[in-house]
Design a protein around this ligand. Sequence first.
Ligand code: ZN
Length: 141
Amino acid sequence: MNDFKGNFMGRLICIDAGHGGTDPGVCGNGLKEKDITLKTALKIGKLLSEYGFDVVYTRTKDIYVTLSERCRVTNSRKCDAFVSIHDNSAANTTANGIEILCYIKNNLAYYIQQNLIDELNLTDRGVKERKDLYVLNSTDM
Ligand SMILES: [Zn+2]
């Protein structure tokens, strides 16, 4: 992974595994989004810890967590960044790629997107502002 040359100076990162418990997210090919997001979140959190960051999780097992509780956790801990992991689906089976949705486009989002594209060699679907998403407009960071 390249060195981060943006302006993110935070040390405490909240990793949010999307969905969970009674909310499976999208399902297909025998997979449930909630299982993939949890495995991904735990792996990312472990890597971040190894790089010296402190990590807060909104869930570490298969439980349902409301959107407001996810925001309460990260806001109350005063996290420097909130990263929510999701795996989308589409009717078009050739659709693929990585995208980052953020409240305001920022250097950290572009840094993560570029590194994911470089490492995974997948389609770059871009960094997009989505002020309508609850977890983005209800978190302080
Ligand atoms: Zn999702």
